[in-house]
Design a protein around this ligand. Structure first.
Ligand code: MRU
Length: 366
């Protein structure tokens, strides 16, 4: 997608694959910088510290991390250790485990001398497939938005189609296009008048900093709101649809996503607002059925709750403390929205009911 008229992806190969480049998302929206990653440790560190983030991008970064590890040591023990190190960085997004398993399973049967090159090819394939899946999600979501917009009452027809989103499930969370934001970009480019309510998404503020940044660079009309405003807007008919991404969706359609998503789904349900979840196949965890009981929820540092990062008037990026000295914070990073609150899942293969039957109908052939 575009930044100041230049097309970017979130991750790329450098030096013929001796390192990878990424956008440093901890500096956005105030400073656009990139980082070079040349070692396994650096790859693990950028995932853990959220220099890169978003379930699909974490997966691709992990895959390239295995490539870097194999360039340094292609042996079985090093491969297993690198897998464990990368997989432990962020426990909730299943794309990470999925991508690591894919690379490991591709290279493990090969002679050691061929492993690093095979890992590079597999990681690149995962990245390209992610772009294609996200673009297809965009096309399916666009058709849905067009139907919903056309079905609005006559007095609402001249108004923008209002979509609310939580966290950042845009191109910065993937390789390109995004998941939840892909239908929005497609709709905007197709000429549908669309406006996005952007949840700030405390504590890391991925909505206020990243979603707003992306939408602004692409020229999509949007307004940032505090996380608590969504229910009020829905009560007053100002939200036509909610669309979010997901870090892991069970085979039964339970959706794990950024903390606060569940509350949005409850408010949408109470107000008859459709609640959609956009996801590629790599985010489905076919091994589990009960999201609340079985998905590990990442607990991050309490400082993300007690402190806030922003730009000072002098332009420096700084951190300030919000809470009184001595008040503890607690920071579960994700929650689970039960399938019964999800109107539909938008995947690269089409729109499915959030249920085992709905997902099976699309993914019978995997
Ligand atoms: O903690 P983050 O910023 O990695 O969490 C990201 C989200 O929760 C996204 O909404 C989700 O990964 C979907 S990304 C397409």
């Amino acid at each position: 997608m575009n930044i100041d008229g230049q097309a970017w992806r979130t991750i790329w190969l450098e030096e013929g694959g001796r390192s990878i480049g990424v956008i440093d998302q901890t500096q956005l929206p105030h400073r656009f910088t990139t980082r070079s990653i040349a070692t396994l440790d650096q790859a693990a560190e950028v995932i853990r510290t959220m220099v890169v983030r978003g379930a699909p991008l974490i997966g691709v970064t992990g895959a390239y991390g295995l490539m870097l590890a194999l360039q340094a040591d292609p042996g079985d023990a090093a491969l297993a250790a690198a897998f464990e190190q990368l997989n432990a960085t962020r426990p909730t997004a299943v794309n990470l485990r999925w991508a690591l398993e894919r690379v490991r399973d591709r290279v493990a049967p090969l002679p050691e001398a061929e492993r690093a090159e095979a890992a590079k090819q597999e990681a690149a394939a995962i990245a390209e497939e992610d772009v294609a899946m996200c673009e297809a999600i965009g096309e399916h979501g666009l058709a849905l938005f067009q139907q919903l917009a056309a079905a609005r009452p006559a007095e609402r027809q001249g108004q923008p189609f209002n979509v609310l989103t939580h966290c950042n499930a845009g191109w910065l969370a993937t390789v390109d296009w995004g998941t939840a934001l892909a239908p929005i970009y497609k709709a905007h480019r197709a000429g549908l008048s669309i406006h996005v309510w952007v949840d700030e998404t405390r504590p890391r503020n991925q909505g206020a900093s990243l979603t707003a940044y992306e939408l602004g660079r692409e020229g999509v009309p949007h307004t940032v709101i505090v996380d608590n405003a969504g229910g009020h807007l829905m009560q007053h008919g100002q939200v036509d649809a909610v669309i979010v991404g997901t870090d892991r969706t069970t085979r039964t359609g339970d959706v794990c996503n950024k903390i606060g998503t569940y509350l949005k789904a409850l408010a949408a349900h109470d107000n008859g607002v459709p609640f959609y979840v956009a996801l590629p196949a790599s985010t489905i965890d076919w091994t589990i059925a009960d999201g609340v009981a079985e998905i590990p929820i990442e607990a991050r540092s309490a400082e993300e709750v007690t402190d806030l990062q922003g730009r000072s008037p002098d332009g420096t990026i700084t951190t300030v403390q919000l809470t009184p000295d001595g008040s503890p914070g607690f920071n579960p990073a994700f929650d689970v929205t039960p399938a019964r609150l999800v109107t539909a899942l938008i995947t690269e293969r089409g729109v499915a009911a959030a249920s085992e039957a709905g997902l099976q109908a699309l993914y019978a052939a995997r």
